[in-house]
Design a protein around this ligand. Sequence first.
Ligand code: ZN
Length: 414
Amino acid sequence: MTVHVFPVRIAGSTFSADEQVATNPLWVKQLAFGHRKEVTYCLCDREELIPLVIRHYSTGRGLAHYGLARWKGTNWEHHAECRFFSEHFEDGRSSRVSAAFRELENGCVRVHLSRPLGLSADASSARSSTEVGAVKRARAQTRGKASDSALFNRVWRVANLNMYRGKDCTWFNGSLRFLHAASKFVVRKSGESLADFLLVGAPSHSRNAQAHNGAVLERGARHPSRLYLLARLKAPTQAQLAKETFLLPLQDFAALPKVLIKKAQLDRFLDTRAFARASLSNPDANVICLFCIEPGSNGWWHCVDVAALVASNSLIPVESSYELEMERYLIRQSRIFVKPLHGEENETTGKRRPDFLLLATKPRTAVEVWGMSTSEYLDSKAARINWYHETRIPLVSWNAVASEHLPVLPPPRP
Ligand SMILES: [Zn+2]
């Protein structure tokens, strides 16, 4: 992962990354001094000081410490590799959301999954006390839960796979980056990470991925549970479609167990995702899935659920064929950009998520691809253009339906 700690300045004193540690008394003293004063800045940008907030955390045992946080609304202003950068204009402030994913101090994220990894059989035997069950249920209702799709997007983002920095990312590298990011997501109280439950459909020459899959399956044989499988879906063959259940059609299947999917299940999934269905036969696109699977008999596995995203051959997610065209264009123009992904279920900032965000322009520029002309769509388009105007965010947009030429982009920042 390429998240950097940039120098920070507090009340005129600059601290390098190495100096921003709790064991450095000068740093701790300066944090305490700068708390509640507007004197703290991130130095990730060459030209501007970006304000930061100093937060005061109490551990409840009379101990307290300070930490740095992003100043509200400065998300895009940070360097793309700065730990305070976010492609979201507003932070997801809803408590539901922060509860499903909670950032831990060691840089990991605790995630509460909406579907337990335990198999249904051992879930019922584990609940020995009804009282404990009731407490758990009450807690579960107030706690946000991450769906597979929210989890998928979030890990994709943490792996920086939605950012294009002048170099194509191959599936070989991308799948390993995803795996590495997955190791930062703690999915169980016992501290196990998503990577411990994640199989990767990697090319046959990917020794690391295969060794990893071997370890996951070995562990799974000792403690049976559901697993996740990250892989590129392939169009099923006619022969497969003639059957009710068939082998999951994947691009890469070395070192993976045999996983079955029901035809009805795959149909139900693709019927609501016309773009994903069309992308299965597009050589410029990849339908990348996070399958939840569970063990059956004789070493066969069954698909429980599917979350998916469509990505270009540079692994940048796209949501329509027009976006794919825009993505190709941005790459041909040698632009550095990010494809913002939603990471929550009921996202409140969805309206403010541009289709793409150009990073190396000053100020950063939003890119919108207008692909429809229904009256509802046109209303929301007008509202969005208005919002960009009000917030003074430069906007480059393309009317794909009107077959306009691709837009001229603002000059890149030198
Ligand atoms: Zn920064």
